[in-house]
Design a protein around this ligand. Structure first.
Ligand code: A8S
Length: 183
């Protein structure tokens, strides 16, 4: 199934010689309703992305809308400008492209899909996130891939944490989020 989902939804445009691309998966013990309700909020990435401190939408929430995000200190970045490319509430697909900002990820584009899966006999979620990005001058493909994968893994671990808290009826508290942030 996983391979089928990837072939179906995670085919990025042709990957250039100076680009890198990868695909990560995460299993979450919460329903797709819960996980998708967090992932789809293009206007509120800070609900589960620990490195984002603030987000402002330019205009209405719809495909084509741009958000300005502020990045927490300690990273080689301060801001990012990101465009909502695809939001499919039926198939649960979110596509985002980074169009600018003060950071080193040029031509970054990502797709997240969310799929129902039974985990230990309970409703769970398989999340798949893929990306493609330019390799910055002076960096290797491996370094770039590692850097981006580490950031995405932090996001997905935090997303799992928040989703599983909601699923168990405990709303996540600010201190839970701070704990994940410091990982
Ligand atoms: C996402 C994925 C990534 C975000 C990266 C990879 C970023 O927000 C951070 C550091 C950077 O150097 C680049 O889905 C950028 O958010 C945390 C500012 C884009």
């Amino acid at each position: 199934m996983e391979a089928e989902y990837i072939t179906k939804h995670h085919k990025h445009q042709e990957i250039g010689p100076n680009q890198c691309s990868s695909c990560l998966t995460k299993r979450i013990k919460a329903s797709t309703d819960i996980v998708w309700s967090l992932v789809r909020r293009f206007d509120q990435p800070q609900r589960y992305k620990p490195f984002i401190s603030e987000c402002n939408l330019r205009g209405d929430f719809k495909v084509g809308t741009v958000r300005e995000v502020n990045v927490r200190s300690g990273l080689p970045a301060t801001t990012s400008t990101e465009r909502l490319e695809l939001l499919d509430d039926v198939q649960h697909i979110l596509g985002v492209r980074i169009t600018g900002g003060d950071h080193r990820l040029k031509n970054y584009s990502s797709v997240i899909t969310v799929h129902p899966e039974t985990i230990n006999g309970r409703p769970g979620t398989l999340l798949i996130e893929s990306f493609v990005v330019d390799v910055p001058d002076g960096n290797t493909i491996e370094d770039t891939c590692c850097f981006v994968e580490a950031l995405i893994n932090c996001n997905l671990n935090c997303l799992a944490d928040v989703s599983e808290k909601i699923a168990s009826g405990n709303s996540p508290t600010e201190s839970d989020l701070v704990q994940v942030k410091s990982l």
